[in-house]
Design a binder for this molecule. Sequence first.
Ligand SMILES: *[C@@H]1O[C@H](CO)[C@@H](O)[C@H](O)[C@H]1NC(C)=O
Ligand SMILES: *[C@@H]1O[C@H](CO)[C@@H](O)[C@H](O)[C@H]1NC(C)=O
Ligand SMILES: *[C@@H]1O[C@H](CO)[C@@H](O)[C@H](O)[C@H]1NC(C)=O
Ligand SMILES: *[C@@H]1O[C@H](CO)[C@@H](O)[C@H](O)[C@H]1NC(C)=O
Ligand SMILES: *[C@@H]1O[C@H](CO)[C@@H](O)[C@H](O)[C@H]1NC(C)=O
Ligand SMILES: *[C@@H]1O[C@H](CO)[C@@H](O)[C@H](O)[C@H]1NC(C)=O
Length: 256
Amino acid sequence: MRTFLGLFMMMIVSGDNEVPINGFLKDSVLLPCNCSGRNLSRVVKWQMEGLNGLSRVLELDVGNTSDSFDRYKGRAKIFVANCSLLLTNITAEDQGKYTCRFYVQELYMYSVRKLNISAAKYNVCQQPARNLDGDVRVMVFQCDATGRYREAEIQWYLDGELLSNSSKTNITHTSPVGTPTGHYKFKTTLFTQFEWTAEPICGMKVKGIPSHIEYVCEEGTGYFTSQQQKCSMRYFKIIPIVLVLGLSLVLWCRWN
Ligand SMILES: *[C@@H]1O[C@H](CO)[C@@H](O)[C@H](O)[C@H]1NC(C)=O
Ligand SMILES: *[C@@H]1O[C@H](CO)[C@@H](O)[C@H](O)[C@H]1NC(C)=O
Ligand SMILES: *[C@@H]1O[C@H](CO)[C@@H](O)[C@H](O)[C@H]1NC(C)=O
Ligand SMILES: *[C@@H]1O[C@H](CO)[C@@H](O)[C@H](O)[C@H]1NC(C)=O
Ligand SMILES: *[C@@H]1O[C@H](CO)[C@@H](O)[C@H](O)[C@H]1NC(C)=O
Ligand SMILES: *[C@@H]1O[C@H](CO)[C@@H](O)[C@H](O)[C@H]1NC(C)=O
């Protein structure tokens, strides 16, 4: 009887060879599964295989009540309609292989998703350079960053080199401020009397892990993105070249 049943039990695999899903520390991530439109006959199980072996994540009973386990308590949520799993406040330990298992009658089905926790993500908004009010010798650069991971510092780089205070440069930063949405806001201002040819760029230094930075500014704030700034800076550099070329042309015409 058992072997007979075994013959009729099928496994349907999906996602095993797919590229990993990227998750960012403290952020949330959706791990897809698809049990929609099926007549589930048993408990739906989400399990994960990570550095510390196999662990239970969440189970959904046919009565649509769900339970999450151990370190997933309060962080795992299942969508009853499609069995997809939403993980919130993710940690480095969450990296691993996630399996969604369910039965449709005696048909056993599972799908595997790899979750890669790569870095802490920050949105960085750098304002265009301006002169200090009342002192044109001083240039002011300002930058704001938002991310879910607090253990980081906002910093300035010039041609890839970290900038620090000096007799002509003053860098101030506020300590990270928490928001009700679980984000932290970082802010820094750079005052300098140097006339740099390149623009200083602000970035995030995260302790122990890499960071993933997106240069964006919230709509309506009127800030430029760093990319736009680089473009306008390039035009400023072109103007003297055009002037020199034009002048040379005029002189050359007169000469002849
Ligand atoms: C599952 O359902 C949720 C909520 O309706 C939706 O946000 C999500 O995109 C769905 N996922 C898949 C893989 O269908
Ligand atoms: C989910 O599975 C159902 C039933 O097999 C199928 O009709 C539907 O297209 C699938 N949805 C997705 C998003 O793959
Ligand atoms: C995220 O998890 C940490 C512990 O790992 C906890 O201190 C913090 O309160 C959690 N944040 C949210 C928004 O649940
Ligand atoms: C995880 O993401 C990081 C950064 O995006 C990447 O360097 C690494 O190769 C990824 N790991 C896997 C297993 O894909
Ligand atoms: C740096 O700037 C801050 C804020 O404008 C100011 O309070 C501080 O005195 C300045 N420090 C130096 C060394 O100029
Ligand atoms: C630079 O000096 C100011 C005080 O003038 C201080 O608040 C700030 O933390 C220093 N910045 C760095 C990057 O050390």
